[in-house]
Write a protein that binds this ligand. Structure first.
Ligand code: FES
Length: 110
């Protein structure tokens, strides 16, 4: 069994790092996304082209859960007003979102 571990760094200090096992690798197929909790953070875990990425699950516009949106390629579209974010970088690619999303480090196959 191979588990996916999502670790995130919130802030600049190593003591703020939170690491947690979030799912079995088989639970997330290519082209899928899922909401996971890491510490007190709500994270969107995405698998595209066999590569995992982890960004905040909360839209920067009015806070919609992006896990309820639509994943298309490397972009997730917010379910409420349609902002688009790059799932690899967290970059805002379409408004009305007001900022990029924080990215988190992830570790697989440990
Ligand atoms: S809450 Fe996401 S675009 Fe408005």
């Amino acid at each position: 069994m191979s588990e996916v571990q999502s670790g995130l760094v919130d802030g600049l200090h190593p003591e703020e790092e939170v690491t947690d096992v979030v799912c079995d690798e088989a639970e997330l197929k290519d082209g899928e996304m899922m909401e996971v909790e890491v510490g007190e953070h709500n994270v969107l875990l995405v698998r595209c082209d066999g590569v995992y990425s982890a960004i905040s699950n909360q839209c920067t516009h009015y806070g919609a859960p992006l896990s309820k949106g639509v994943l298309s390629g490397h972009r997730v579209r917010c379910p409420w007003h349609g902002s688009c974010f790059n799932v690899k970088t967290g970059d805002l690619e379409e408004y009305p979102g007001i900022d990029c999303l924080p990215c988190h480090k992830w570790i697989a196959d440990f």
